[in-house]
Design a protein around this ligand. Sequence first.
Ligand SMILES: [Zn+2]
Ligand SMILES: [Zn+2]
Length: 634
Amino acid sequence: MSYSRRLIFYTSFLFLLNIGGCQNTTKTGGETESIIEISPEDLKVGEESIVRVTITSPKGGIVVGGGFRFPFYMKPWNGLIKGVTEDKESNSLVAISRSDGGKAEAVNVLTNPQWDILSDLKVLITETPLPEGETLTIQYGTDDQKVVVGRKQMSLFLEVELDENGDGEYKKLAPPLLPIAESEPTKLYLVAPSHVLMGVDFDVVAYGEDKHSNVCEEYVGRLDISPLDDSGGGDHMSYQMVPWDQNVDLDRNSFSYSFDQKGIYYIKAVDHEFGISDVSNPIIVSDSKPDKNLVWGEIHVHSQLSDGRGELQDVYRDGYARGLDFIAITDHGFGRSDRGSLEERINEICREADRFNRPGEFVAVPAGETHYLPVMHMNMYFDEANPEKMLSLANSIDKITKDLRKNWKEMTQDQLAEEVVTYWDVFKNEIYKDHTLVFPHHTMWLGIKPFLDTERTRVIEVYSVHGTSEIRNQKNTPKALQMKPGRMKGDQDQKISVRELLNEGMKLGFVGGSDNHEGQAGYNAITGVYSRGLNRTSIIRGIYDQECYATSSNRTLIEVEPDGENYRCLVAGDGELDKIEIIHNGEPVYEPENISGRICMFNWTPEPQEGYFYVKVLLSEGTEAAWSSPIWLE
Ligand SMILES: [Zn+2]
Ligand SMILES: [Zn+2]
């Protein structure tokens, strides 16, 4: 892989002229030519290196006080910093130098502890201007402490902005490219459908992941495939992985498989050469087609249309290769304002969703996130890529929350509660019942009860990369699943747990969404939906009907069947089971004993027969979990 290293960019700029007390904006003629070079020419993830970005001063030079900015949202350090430094206060990894021997300083090298990255690096020219043709070099890493790239390059390495006049007006420059290649796979994954028919072939997706959790597009291992046990009659066979075809929009490795007996089975794959193996998720084999199929997808992931990594197409590709059935990319505010007008961004979201939507195989759900209210984050989902409808909803939210955004801090909970009526009235007018979904996430990080409407909030995101919002006191929650400590700071009364909402009578289903900002769809959490078909309408409808549940990115099966006052429960873990709990009216009330292996069946009778219960499963040594949606007792 090799790309041209020299990128010429042009920027036209504006001068602000102050004449006789009256400000005029005058566009001056001419274009500024500048050059960004980046070394090395390409990188592999996991490789230690020193990265240098060299920028040639444009025509007219750069004045003292002018300089460059690497905006926060592009996360210039993201992927570079990982695994390198524990010392987040240290700026020692950034060195600035000028070819003319002049001075420049790095300012505003913010560390954002919430994101584990250095962000918003600004480099100012000091003492003497940087003459035309001279260069400024920003070096990431030192001989002693090299940087390691974590994420494979998708569309962009970093973004650079220039302020040549020192007036604080930054203009975006063409970004430098640094191709970053995946490394060899260190993990193997098999993803099978949860429900299949006896004796009928189905597709199993296989993919390798490198140690920085990139899907390995180039992986060409040979897999020995077999059933985990032979009772279902699955084949012993081998499958040759092939690299992605770069000429098609979506590609992944999959092989055909079948079982000729009813039951719950798993498939095993081993790559002896790479020394990696995996056991698939559980597969229920039956002799009749259920009217609803359990399908799995990502409902919460960001692209660099807002503050994530990778363009929309990169995120769709990633999720497809990971075997997801559906994806909703939920960019903040339907994208950042520097990516075009709201209308243009919504058009792009709809266009890309339609481009990657393959009903019956892979569903791209048009979506977005609103957090106009700093106290509550909500995602929105649409069953059609209709830019007019989406724009109308986005504009209404904007209008209605304008004052609230200014005033909410001074408002009491009661005042907020009053305002929420207006807020939800917008949704009432713009939301088309089961055609549009709006629901909150990480309510134990940012959540406030008045913004939850009993009637229109159908589900709630119970788990994401930030941790679980299931309960307030997380002492007994395995560490891997807890809400990250940084998210728990501040006024705890401003937050609300999912269990508290249920205890107050809100009838909510559960969904899981990654909130991944690294372009990895389905990496941290997924949602299982019982869906009539694999298309937008059926998936939105399934979630609306609360026929869905949440997992931390595993395909554990949880089935609960009423039998009079008794409930028959089946749990088939996507991994070894550690613990199964029944949570009844907010309290853990029952645990089946002596669970071992992957499958557990048990009976349970609620006492009293009122309120709600759900099944919570911990597996893979407490690193993974699944939560059934609550079942409401009459
Ligand atoms: Zn959010
Ligand atoms: Zn988000």
